[in-house]
Ligand binder design. Structure first.
Ligand code: SAH
Length: 227
């Protein structure tokens, strides 16, 4: 009888309870993130804390902790959990930092950064997505994350320079204004390459007048678009 009841719940696609999501999230961190070599403590803690299922469409919540990207509407996607953790660890975020993200999308990557650093600005070019991410982040109490609607190509000169910049849409080349807005010693992670093809995730570092770039791994991101 009890089994029949559970089958009925699943069949009706009723939401799982909060403890179920906690368990799924713990498994995600162990099996997809730690096991693949992410060891930065603050990144792991943030991935354990942010309730990823709240950032995906309701119908996709059961899949929120799966090992892949998920559509979030308007042709955009929330990145695979491992990629979010990898990009976060790469910029080595620290508690006092000011960080800029380009491509707010669901707001998930911003929330992960917001768990760690002092202030996050995230720019989104699709107004509906930006508004939705802004409302969710403020409902969840992230008072240190500001969503700005606009073309992230130009960064946010008024709020810079930044300790780190995380770009979550694939650009044909590295936007010069973003390099400009990195602090001395700052790091930027950005997928570079043609839209709809495999791109290269790159790490850009600024040390005094020197800019260094490093190719990290092949990735596939949605395109960086322009207004
Ligand atoms: N970081 C997001 C993933 C978003 S996908 C998350 O955690 O959910 C990439 C996002 O970049 C999309 O929402 C897309 O609309 C946005 N985007 C693309 N080009 C942009 C630009 N020039 N400026 C700001 N946002 C841009």
């Amino acid at each position: 009888m009890k089994t029949l009841f559970v089958i009925l719940l699943i069949f009706l696609n009723l939401p799982l309870v909060s403890q179920d999501y906690d368990k799924l999230r713990d498994n995600m961190v162990r099996r997809q993130i730690r096991s693949r070599g992410i060891s930065h403590r603050l990144t792991l803690e943030a991935m354990r804390n942010v309730e990823r299922h709240l950032f995906v469409p309701t119908a996709q919540r059961r899949r929120a902790y799966d090992d892949g990207p998920i559509p979030i509407g308007y042709g955009q996607t929330i990145s695979q959990p491992y990629i979010v953790a990898y990009m976060t660890q790469l910029v080595n975020p620290r508690p006092g930092d000011r960080v800029l993200e380009i491509g707010a999308g669901s707001g998930y990557q911003a929330a992960v950064l917001g768990e760690i650093v002092e202030q996050v600005y995230t720019i989104e070019i699709i107004p509906e997505l930006g508004a939705r991410a802004g409302k969710l982040l403020s409902d969840l109490g992230y008072g240190n994350i500001e969503v700005v609607i606009g073309d992230g190509y130009y960064g946010l000169e008024d709020q810079g320079p930044f300790d780190a910049i995380v770009v979550t849409a694939a650009a044909e080349y590295i936007p010069p204004p973003l390099v400009e807005q990195l602090k001395d010693g700052g790091k930027m992670v950005i997928p570079v390459g043609s839209p709809f093809m495999v791109q290269t995730l790159m790490l850009v570092e600024k040390k005094g007048d020197r800019i260094t770039t490093k190719n990290l791994m092949p990735v596939r991101f949605v395109p960086f678009t322009r207004d």
